[in-house]
Design a binder for this molecule. Structure first.
Ligand code: ZN
Length: 403
């Protein structure tokens, strides 16, 4: 499809009607999911132009496509606010060994760095495009992608550029691990990340991230990285409190980070800090599932008033799944979240974590990013884990997947 054809599709009107259960995330008095029944949605110019009762649909253009979903559930496209999708190789052998009893450490990242450096631009680009198609099939319409498997100036810049071909949400993660060639000069690597590497990568990025954890970067190194990124206008985010309690959450809140991601091991002080901030706690249960670690206690965060997002952390080491329906199922089954809380966290919560107001909700003016389930309610996402319920997906008003 050429660019003109794409814009023609985006400019078309589509009426989606016969929606049995519509999750709008337009909050009502006691329903954060803003649930409507027997609903319809009108899409014009790639945006939502009307939402309401099927019986009250306004007159639509004669050329509008009318899609009757026959009582199925519709929800906003999933917002996966944390992935690492530009990389070479995989680590199936490491996964197999870990399942046989060896604990996960961050060291495996170095293997993916070597495989990524060895891959051509064309190989990496083709692969990330394949992942985007995989995301669409599972209902994800907004994805954040981090760099972090290049760890040289040129490699980080090309990963950011390749990621930028498929999403506006690119995050610089030069501070993922210290690469082998800087093992004896950590300070020199942090200097590089905060100077030449940042300069090369920043034009492609919206965010900057740091892996603030034992075996990765300490609090002071992390603070330097985030400050340098913020000075370039990049939104700070933090990988923290994944492997144990640590300074990640406090640092994220102190610098006004959009999100702190993992939050598996939190002190009471961490929870209180999050509750008093607008930093989102992004939970990544694919990691705990894939590494056999204890899940984060989402209930504790929600009860304290913390804003929670769910994301896949899709990466070849600790969570090689891009399935947001799986994250919802795990959050409900293992982390104490209600279905409504989990679906909100995977849509509106992800949008909050990216500080976006145009995605994650079905309301007038939002991007027309919509998912149809072959099920009567969103509950089936958790109730029928592993079943491919996503049957139709629109992004910016264009159908990007139909089963
Ligand atoms: Zn991650």
């Amino acid at each position: 499809m050429n660019a003109d054809a794409v814009s023609a599709v985006a400019g078309m009107a589509t009426l989606i009607t016969g929606i049995g259960e519509l999750t709008t995330n337009d909050p009502g008095a006691d329903d954060p999911c803003g649930t409507l029944t027997d609903a319809a949605v009108l899409v014009e110019g790639g945006r939502i132009s009307w939402v309401g009762d099927t019986a009250r649909v306004p007159s639509v253009p004669a050329t509008a496509e009318v899609v009757d979903v026959a009582g199925r559930a519709v929800l906003p496209g999933f917002v996966d606010s944390h992935t690492h999708l530009v990389f070479g190789g995989d680590r199936a052998d490491e996964f197999e060994a870990r399942m046989a009893g060896r604990p996960y450490t961050a060291g495996g990242i170095q293997r993916t760095v070597a495989a990524t450096r060895a891959a051509s631009d064309a190989e990496l680009s083709a692969r990330v495009r394949g992942f985007v198609a995989e995301l669409h099939r599972q209902g994800t319409t907004t994805v954040e992608i981090k760099t972090g498997y290049g760890l040289t100036v040129d490699d980080e810049a090309r990963l950011a550029r390749i990621a930028r071909e498929v999403t506006d949400e690119v995050t610089f993660l030069g501070a993922h691990v210290v690469p082998a060639e800087y093992a004896e000069d950590r300070a020199g690597y942090v200097d590089l990340v905060t100077s030449a590497m940042l300069t090369a990568v920043a034009p492609h990025c919206r965010g900057i991230d740091v892996f603030c954890e034992r075996g990765a970067f300490d609090e002071e190194e992390s603070r330097r990285v985030l400050a340098a990124g913020a000075a370039r206008g990049l939104q700070p985010r933090v990988h923290g409190n994944q492997l144990g309690e640590g300074p990640g959450v406090a640092l994220a809140v102190a610098v006004g980070a959009a999100s702190v991601d993992h939050c598996t091991f939190l002190s009471d002080a961490d929870v209180a800090l999050l509750a008093g901030s607008d930093t989102v706690a992004t939970l990544l249960p694919g990691v705990e599932f894939s590494t056999r670690q204890p899940y984060p206690d989402a209930r504790r965060l929600l009860d304290a008033g913390v804003t929670v997002a769910l994301a896949s952390d899709c990466n070849p080491g600790s969570s090689f799944t891009s399935s947001m329906p799986l994250m919802i199922a795990l959050a409900v089954r293992e982390m104490g979240m209600t279905v409504a809380e989990a679906v909100w966290a995977a849509t509106a919560g992800g949008a909050r974590a990216l500080r976006r107001t145009d995605v994650g909700a079905v309301r007038v003016g939002a991007r027309a990013d919509l998912v149809v389930l072959d099920a009567p309610s969103r509950t089936h996402l958790a109730y029928r884990p592993g079943v491919p319920l996503v049957t139709e997906v629109w992004k910016d008003g264009a159908r990007v997947f139909a089963a």
